[in-house]
Design a protein around this ligand. Structure first.
Ligand SMILES: NC(=O)C1=CN([C@@H]2O[C@H](COP(=O)(O)OP(=O)(O)OC[C@H]3O[C@@H](n4cnc5c(N)ncnc54)[C@H](O)[C@@H]3O)[C@@H](O)[C@H]2O)C=CC1
Ligand SMILES: [Mg+2]
Length: 301
């Protein structure tokens, strides 16, 4: 009899759920990570579905592997369930979806699904809403020339500042400096932010919103060696000419005029500069970007 029970248990994979933990969060939800399954291959998709539905009797008391998972969390007054599923265990996604779970987000190696159990519409925060692109307006103050490119992959060959998408965890200024170097071979240093463009439903952002920041950079090398895959043309152009030409993208045109104003009247008129501070999270720092604040106001108490 015991043998039969064990055989049944093994066949259905219920034992694989033992040891799975439900971790409460400070908002009243619970998180379950299927990466914690000890023998994921032994757990059948249907068995997982039954466990979620609350029709199996697997696992130890107190563990997430006990019966009535969703119903029990609902009774306990949990407001939400976060379910992380490693990509190789993706067969469980459909089982969870049939219980009302929906995708919250996916990373390269896993997806996270959520189910809102609380009163009224879901109050769970969404995932990433924007992609970030950063360009560098590299101005050689000695010659009044600015570095411009034409993209190889665009139908309209308009002049623009070199730039591209930010990598995860990358500072705005670092993206500008890196992209400028990769696309043109020019080395530069971050000075300030000049403009921020927000565009919703951007076709190049998979229909999401796009933030496009243009930074003012100071060059430390001048010999162009541009990337043949990404750029059609690249040159140092008179800032006056860029501000006047019709062959520039509208954003480039506007920012060229702003940069010209700063070049003539003083960059303090246009710069959004950066200061770094320790974050409340131990060991981390953040960067604060704002217009120049006089010393007397910085120390204002
Ligand atoms: N007004 C302006 O001056 C313009 C501003 N932007 C902004 O610049 C930022 C993006 O800059 P980019 O130079 O485009 O990024 P980027 O410099 O990071 O280059 C993107 C690379 O990905 C490749 N790529 C894109 N989609 C692809 C696909 N489906 N398959 C294969 N390869 C693909 C491209 O060919 C390119 O090599 C965005 O924020 C955008 O809004 C873009 C164009 C013009
Ligand atoms: Mg680019």
């Amino acid at each position: 009899m015991v043998r039969l029970w064990l055989a049944l248990r093994r066949a259905r994979g219920w034992g694989a759920l033992a040891g799975l933990r439900a971790r409460p969060d400070k908002f009243g939800g619970v998180s379950v990570d299927l990466a914690e399954l000890r023998r994921p291959l032994r757990l059948e998709r249907a068995a997982f579905g039954r466990w979620l539905r609350g029709k199996c009797r697997a696992g130890a008391p107190g563990a997430a592997g006990r019966a009535d998972a969703v119903a029990r969390w609902r009774e306990e007054g949990r407001v939400a369930i976060w379910l992380r599923i490693p990509i190789l265990q993706s067969r469980f996604v459909a089982a969870a979806a049939s219980q009302g779970f929906a995708f919250h987000h996916a990373e390269q190696g896993s997806s996270t699904l959520t189910l809102w159990l609380g009163e009224g519409p879901s109050r769970l925060p969404g995932y990433a809403t924007h992609q970030l692109g950063v360009a560098g307006a590299v101005l050689d103050e000695n010659t009044g020339k600015v570095l411009v490119i034409q993209d190889r992959n665009k139908t309209l060959n308009a002049w623009k500042f070199p730039g591209g998408l930010s990598n995860p965890g990358e500072d705005i200024g670092d993206t500008a400096v890196r992209e400028v170097f990769e696309e043109t071979g020019i080395k530069s240093e971050f000075k300030s932010i000049l403009s921020i463009r927000q565009q919703h439903r951007h076709p190049g952002a998979f229909g999401k919103s796009d933030m496009y920041i243009i930074c003012r950079l100071e060059p430390s090398s001048f010999n162009i060696s541009f990337c043949q895959q990404e750029c059609l043309r690249c040159e140092w152009m008179d800032l006056d000419e860029l501000a006047r030409t019709k062959h520039a993208t509208p954003i480039t045109s506007n920012v060229a005029k702003l940069l010209l104003y700063g070049y003539r009247e003083g960059f303090d008129k246009i710069d959004i500069t950066m200061r770094e501070f320790p974050a409340v999270y131990t060991g981390l720092f953040y960067k604060l970007y704002h217009r120049e604040l006089p010393e007397s106001y910085r120390n204002f108490t």
